[in-house]
Design a protein around this ligand. Structure first.
Ligand SMILES: Nc1ncnc2c1ncn2[C@@H]1O[C@H](COP(=O)(O)OP(=O)(O)OP(=O)(O)O)[C@@H](O)[C@H]1O
Ligand SMILES: [Mg+2]
Length: 511
């Protein structure tokens, strides 16, 4: 065994019914390195991590930590020997306080009693290291997904002594939070920790990692120095064929020539949320909502879909005034909504892929016109093929799919209803590069067929590629709008940064 390695995994295999998730995979982690684990959705990244941390039992192979064989039988056992993990889906306890979540299972004690004061103080210190200043005595559920993710990270960082595993920790963080996390990761690396980092953001891989291991279909493709593997090479290895990103997305449709207005709002608002939303979405148009986390993007989506009840303003659909919007009505009106947090508002874990896909369609048709199971299978299979959902079949439980593939199922659910307006809140979060482009292409095709799309994404590159027009938000205000050649990543960033003086104007602001 090589002394530079803190962790070595040899010939690891793991299968599930109908799926060989890992076959003979090797993985080597050095002391003091940040190591990217890369691969398409369903490649086996999370499974490898779960084998390492004792969530799953490997079927063959061996793992050594500092040269000694280990076989943890649970994540708790893995933690005890110095391996801690932040999983892809936040799995903390929303009803406990922030501090309790950080110290759950290892509460500090004084004379036999839990020392709450010490716990709160230490939580504050830990979070301060991540530049996060929140009231640690509040329930975790009071905070955004991003804050919850940071809390999970703080907990893992505190527990970990040798190996820290981060499985897509950044997908719900904004630029600033990512920067803070990276600062902490660098510090831990310099102290000698080995960090395994799973992400689908290539920029982040090249910014922070030292080495890369690529998996494909449960097999090891190779192990590389990040600086020696150009991006296109990396993607080619992940997808198993030559890759040229420029080939993949078609031209955006012509500017101008949009259809008539499909949905329109005048001063639509809810106290304490977005107070005055003014926008129109045309038929066949992709309208983007850009802004930082908390800028009001999701709030607008929720107001329009009726998840949040508006208490002022007007909403019209196809020139009909909608007096009181609620989700069922939205669906009847031809609206679809894929929420940003698939765990809360999206998937029903115990149901099959088929059931999850037909859910919205069935709801729209009403309970009395039950869609025959054979027909359901046909529909599900069609979308499995279209979106390349990686699964042994329509009857697989959705909770057994990889994170990115679950996201695709949610998208499929709304596509089946043939909506007239589709609200997509971070539809490509957690989705691999190849499928991301497929989804962007699909968005453009849907729009070309006359469907209106309200598109929210933290990735500005994607916004610029897909949108006809972008509304820029800041601090729950619409601060401007860009389209055509003015709609560039730099311009959007600049508007978000400059903020309020351009309130309410349309294009052509500034130099
Ligand atoms: N508990 C399970 N039961 C059945 N199949 C599973 C289970 N967990 C994972 N799989 C399957 O194993 C394969 C690998 O999944 P894994 O979650 O490791 O992918 P991943 O590389 O993490 O993908 P993503 O980027 O989407 O998170 C997938 O085909 C998945 O459907
Ligand atoms: Mg995963």
């Amino acid at each position: 065994m090589n002394a530079d390695y803190i962790l070595q995994m040899r010939a690891i295999s793991k299968s599930f019914p109908g799926v060989q998730a890992l076959s003979n995979v090797d993985f080597n982690l050095r002391k003091g390195e940040i190591h990217a684990l890369m691969g398409e959705n369903g490649a086996g990244k999370s499974t490898l991590i779960k084998v390492l941390t004792g969530v799953y039992k490997r079927e063959s192979g061996e793992t050594t930590l500092n040269g000694k064989p280990i076989a943890p039988r649970s994540p708790e056992e893995a933690q005890q020997i110095g391996i801690s993990t932040v999983y892809q889906e936040v799995n903390l306890c929303p009803n406990l306080t922030v501090a309790e979540n950080i110290f759950i299972g290892r509460y500090p004690r004084k004379r036999g009693f839990i020392d709450w004061a010490a716990m709160n103080r230490r939580s504050e210190q830990l979070l301060a290291r991540l530049e996060l200043h929140v009231d640690v005595t509040e329930p975790l559920s009071h905070y955004s997904v991003a804050v919850q993710q940071m809390v999970a990270i703080a907990r893992a960082v505190d527990i970990s002594s040798g190996v820290l595993i981060l499985d897509e920790p950044t997908s719900s963080l904004d630029t600033n939070e990512v920067r803070q996390l990276f600062a902490v990761m660098r510090k831990l690396r310099d102290e000698g920790m080995g960090i395994i980092f799973v992400t689908h953001f290539l920029d982040q891989v090249y910014e922070i990692t030292d080495r890369i291991t690529v998996l494909r279909n449960g097999e090891l493709v190779g192990e590389y120095e990040t600086s020696e593997l150009p991006r296109t090479e990396l993607v080619s290895r992940m997808i198993g064929k030559e890759w040229n990103p420029d080939d993949h997305i078609g031209d955006k449709k012509d500017d101008g020539n949009k259809g008539e207005v499909f949905l329109h709002t005048t001063d639509l608002g809810k106290k304490g949320s977005m107070e005055s939303v003014n926008l129109s979405v045309h038929k066949g148009e992709v309208l983007g909502l850009a802004g930082l986390l908390g800028s009001g993007r999701t709030e607008i989506a929720k107001l329009i879909f009726g998840i949040d009840k508006a208490d002022s303003g007007v909403l019209t659909i196809d020139n009909d005034m909608i007096s009181s919007m609620y989700p069922q009505k939205a669906v009847q009106q031809g609206l679809g909504f894929t929420p940003e947090d698939r765990k809360i508002a999206g998937i029903v874990g115990e149901l099959t892929i088929r059931e999850n896909i037909v859910l919205a369609l069935q709801a729209r048709q009403g309970l009395f016109s039950f869609i025959p199971v054979r027909k359901q299978r046909e529909i599900a299979q069609k979308y499995i093929d279209l979106l390349q959902i990686k699964t042994p079949g329509t009857e697989q439980k959705i909770e057994n799919l990889s994170g990115g593939n679950q996201q695709k199922v949610i998208l499929a659910r709304w596509l089946t209803t043939q909506p007239r307006l589709l609200i997509l809140d971070e539809p490509t979060r957690g989705i691999d590069v190849g499928s991301k482009l497929e989804i962007r292409k699909l968005i453009l095709e849907l729009a070309a067929s006359g469907i209106s799309i309200l598109f929210i994404s933290a990735e500005l590159e994607e916004m610029v590629q897909c949108c006809d027009r972008v509304i820029v938000l800041r601090d729950r205000n619409q601060i401007g709008e860009l389209q055509g050649s003015e709609m560039t990543e730099q311009r959007i960033m600049q508007m978000i940064a400059e903020g309020a003086e351009q309130h309410g104007e349309t294009s052509g602001i500034g130099a």
